[in-house]
Ligand binder design. Structure first.
Ligand SMILES: Cc1ncc(COP(=O)(O)O)c(C=O)c1O
Length: 473
């Protein structure tokens, strides 16, 4: 019998998580079960997921930020059907198919001014590795400077510029690069002034914690890099393609000024349309020419699937959908509505600290309460595991209000919301109301904070810690 995907899914009576437990990642399956995140999802559309009982969830996690156009967007899906039906001459390698050139041309039109050349990757970390190589080849220098708490992926190159010890530890020596505090121009200048720095890499808004830059930071980075002959590498893997209410987060602070453009911009995630892994590194022409510097070095940097037609079709359709459906504008409006609503509603709760972000990259931060008894509970849960408190909010958000979200990192009391950018105002209001109820309950003595402490303490979390449920985005 020929392979039939529908039939295979229909006759397989294992739950998704059983298979993960047996073949992919038992520890992760266990953590999902302990947290009550073992929902059997069967369908996704736009900003929603559905489970096998027909319940609808608002997806504020967005596959770690890949569904900017929404899940299973019909235009992107059609483009992929078309790409298959056309029997395109994919991956010729010694010869060239057309779609990658078309997508590169579209990307350059949207990119910060002065960025003209595109290298396609299969993921964000591949883009970071590319940028490290480009910066070294272009400057003839070795050292890369990166930010503490920065996240750029988990390949060995990307891990070497990852500012989170939780991800670095246990994997031996990484490349000898230098970490400095984010948002600190003096620290950056001190390193760049040594004149051995190939490039400085940073996210415009740090994904871990959703840490915001001061207004002077990114313009200052561009100027300092220029002054000392180092490349400014802008990692827009998470913030790109409209996430923050502008096509690139860089625009918020540089306003399209070419003198403040990065030398290299890394993008990925949403370029995929949520379907086909894809990334694009967009760089200045002179940088590119230093890498591919002669005929015999014309493929000195490459990846087998980089320009594959399915990814290129998804990318072209994604750019068209973002533009035609005014999705970036929606991220700005609904993002502002969500942030203002959360701020106004949550400020009455004593565990609430602040809401920050741009567009639909939003953080809700919590802090110690004032009341004696609640303070004791707060201290208890943090002693048990410093990454645990957000779960007291996230679990009831999911189970009682069908809002799927994530913590923003290890050892912080921050929840991050990165929903599909097609989120409606009504959905945003549902999220605000859900937070209001859940955080209100957390302020009660026998509320979710107590429950989660009890439940997770009983599950020997030190061996399979709640912090393992941390996002890698
Ligand atoms: C800013 C940033 N850079 C790079 C990456 C790595 O991307 P990938 O997981 O596709 O390798 C991520 C992933 O979350 C990211 O957020």
């Amino acid at each position: 019998m020929p392979f039939d995907l529908r039939q295979s899914l229909a006759v397989d009576n294992h739950q998704s998580l059983d298979l993960v437990e047996q073949y992919i990642n038992p520890a992760f399956a266990k953590v999902l079960r302990i947290l009550g995140f073992d929902v059997n999802y069967t369908r996704g559309q736009g900003a929603y997921l559905w489970d096998d009982k027909g319940n609808r969830y608002i997806d504020c996690l967005g596959g770690y930020g890949v569904f900017n156009c929404g899940r299973n967007h019909p235009v992107i899906r059609q483009a992929l059907h078309d790409a298959m039906d056309l029997d395109l001459p994919n991956l010729i390698k010694m010869g060239q198919a057309k779609l990658s050139g078309m997508l590169a041309r579209e990307l350059v039109k949207t990119a910060p001014p002065g960025l003209e050349m595109v290298f396609f990757t299969n993921c964000g970390a591949g883009g970071v590795d590319t940028a490290i190589k480009y910066a070294r080849a272009a400057t003839g220098r070795d050292r890369i400077v990166y930010c503490k708490k920065g996240f750029h992926g988990l390949s060995v190159g990307a891990l070497s510029v990852n500012g989170n010890e939780e991800f670095r530890s246990g994997f031996g020596s990484l490349m000898p690069f230098t970490a400095i505090p984010y948002n600190d121009l003096a620290a950056l200048e001190a390193e760049l002034a040594k004149k051995d720095v190939a490039g400085f890499i940073c996210e415009p808004i740090q994904g871990k914690g959703v840490n915001m830059p001061s207004d002077e930071y990114l313009p200052g980075v561009a100027k300092l890099c220029k002054k000392y002959g180092s490349l400014y590498i802008d990692d827009e893997v998470q913030t790109g393609y409209g996430r923050t209410g502008k096509m690139w987060a860089w625009e918020h602070w540089a306003g399209g000024d070419e003198s403040l453009s990065p030398d290299i911009m890394i993008t990925a995630k949403a370029l995929s349309g949520g379907y086909v892994p894809a990334g694009a590194v967009i760089s200045k022409r002179w940088v590119h020419e230093k890498v591919f510097s002669s005929l015999d070095r014309c493929v000195v940097h490459s990846t087998t699937f980089g320009q594959n037609d399915m990814a290129m079709a998804a990318g072209l359709a994604t750019l068209a959908v973002l533009r035609e459906e005014k999705i970036v504008e929606n991220a700005a409006t609904v993002g502002a509505f969500l942030q203002e609503g959360l701020r106004a509603t949550l400020s009455k709760h004593e565990l609430f600290k602040e809401v920050r972000g741009k567009g639909l990259m939003v953080a809700v931060e919590f802090g110690p309460p004032k009341g004696m008894m609640l303070k004791a509970q707060w201290a208890m849960i943090h002693k048990l595991d410093p990454s645990l408190f957000p779960q007291a909010v996230l679990i009831p958000l999911l189970t009682d209000h069908h809002v799927l979200a994530q913590t923003a990192g290890h050892h912080i009391d921050v929840i991050k919301l990165i929903p599909p950018l097609v989120l409606s105002q009504a959905d945003a209001q549902h999220v605000i109301n859900a937070f209001d109820i859940v955080v209100g309950n957390c302020c009660k003595l026998s509320g979710p904070m107590w429950e989660v402490g009890k439940r997770l303490a009983g599950n020997s979390l030190k061996r399979s810690p709640a912090s393992q449920a941390q996002p890698v985005a």
